[in-house]
Design a binder for this molecule. Structure first.
Ligand code: ADP
Ligand code: MG
Length: 397
């Protein structure tokens, strides 16, 4: 997905490219060649749509090796007059980050949750406050070094520079969660192909990250085995006629399923398809809930569950989620950005939209305003002659 700031300094999605991915399994690269081909193909399509050339990218990462932990750090305030400055904040986050992370793991994100100045708790931004002791609570997300390196290698070999790796669910959260949800506390469940990524927000910051190595692919696989049809037919049945909540399927609805090996197509009740899908989706949700309960964070998700990823398009996904998690559930569509055509305003694109938004957040202000100036100039019609005049003025006046 390609984003740019328009002349009004508003972020716009201008290019989208999609390619089948065969080189990843459960979020981890298993075939470099196949993965880099998929990347190159998708980027090419996005470039064609936007008329821009891609040189670097923010890369999404997932996989069962992802782990989130909460940590804290303390430092003495050293600034003049005990006034807390950016250096103190950097230092305390560094201290909180200094927990023992094994050599084979790489820190992907360190996100401050809250600060404590002397005995004053619950401070969002401690800068300019006066204090002696500064404490930070942070959420640290790490992943296997080799997984990260393989992904970056694929991006590089496809011809692009990776600006950095961003956890899928963190990107999706940027694109779909409202500030109210993050404050009140909610659970984001990103239902992908090979993984299901969960992220719990509370008081505006992430508190729990987990990746379950089961996803939509397993649902398709179940249908393929139980109905004895090839994977591509099973995938189509799932998307077009599937439902993961048997209680909302009309009992007399049927679906035509292709016969295998020259046999005649058969008519299958939709309730039977739902009966195959529901247990698997229940399993996925329960795995997520178990992990949240083990950490004692169930009370944090009163703001509800938000579903994204392709699996969120599944009929019944919300009904089943609200029953398993016992809180309201909704589908998270990426929030409206300029240029994002209706077709892409779907939970399928939440992660990619979020990557663009987070990448844009990290651009220095000059570059955002720079886009404004450049665009204005383009509109004013910068001819070769104008450029020459400008050069002349710069050099000779
Ligand atoms: N309409 C749909 N109904 C049910 N599942 C869908 C639908 N569209 C896509 N999916 C499923 O979503 C999954 C892919 O989701 P996506 O978010 O693109 O995955 P990933 O983040 O792993 O790349 C696949 O398992 C696919 O079968
Ligand atoms: Mg996804």
């Amino acid at each position: 997905m390609i984003g740019e700031y328009n002349e009004n300094a508003v972020l716009e999605i201008t290019g989208v490219g999609v390619a089948t991915s065969t080189g990843l399994r459960r979020g981890v690269v298993v075939n470099i060649e196949a993965t880099l081909r998929s990347i190159a193909q998708a980027v090419e399509a996005a470039e064609l749509m936007s008329g821009r050339e891609v040189r670097d990218a923010w890369v999404g990462v997932s996989g069962a090796n992802i782990e989130g932990i909460n940590s804290r750090g303390v430092v003495a305030v050293t600034g003049k007059g005990r006034e807390i400055g950016q250096e103190d904040v950097d230092r305390v986050i560094e201290a909180a980050r200094a927990v023992v992370i094994p050599m084979d793991r790489e820190v992907l994100h360190v996100i401050p949750q809250t600060f404590i100045v002397d005995d004053q708790k619950g401070i969002r931004d401690p800068r300019d406050m006066i204090g002696v002791r500064l404490e930070a609570e942070v959420h640290i997300i790490s992943g296997a070094v080799t997984t990260a390196q393989n992904l970056i290698k694929c991006v590089n070999r496809a011809g692009f520079r990776a600006n950095g790796l961003i956890l899928h669910s963190l990107a999706a959260a940027r694109a779909v969660l409202s500030n109210d949800e993050k404050e009140l506390g909610c659970l984001l469940v990103d239902l992908g192909g090979g993984t299901t990524d969960a992220l719990v927000y509370s008081e505006g910051a992430p508190y729990f990250t987990s990746v379950v190595p089961v996803g939509g692919m397993q649902v398709t696989n179940d249908i393929s085995i139980m109905l004895n049809v090839p994977m591509d037919a099973a995938e189509r049945i799932k998307r077009e006629s599937g439902c993961c909540d048997a209680s909302i399927v009309e009992p007399d609805e049927t679906v035509i399923v292709p016969g295998l090996g020259g046999r005649a197509p058969q008519e299958v009740p939709r309730t039977r398809i739902a009966a195959i899908m529901q247990p698997r989706m229940e399993e996925i949700y329960s795995l997520v809930l178990d992990r949240i309960e083990t950490m004692g964070y169930r009370r944090l998700i009163k703001g509800g569950v938000v579903l994204t990823g392709g699996g969120a398009l599944m009929q019944g996904a919300c009904d089943l989620a609200s029953r398993v998690f016992e809180v309201p559930a909704r589908v998270g569509n990426p929030i409206t950005l300029g240029g994002l055509v209706e077709e892409y305003r779907s939970p399928l694109y939440a992660t990619a939209v979020g990557l663009v938004m987070l990448g844009a957040d990290r651009l220095p202000q000059e570059r955002r305003d720079g886009a404004k100036a450049v665009k204005a100039e383009e509109r004013a019609g910068t001819s070769a002659f104008r450029k020459m005049v400008d050069w002349f003025k710069r050099e000779w006046t």
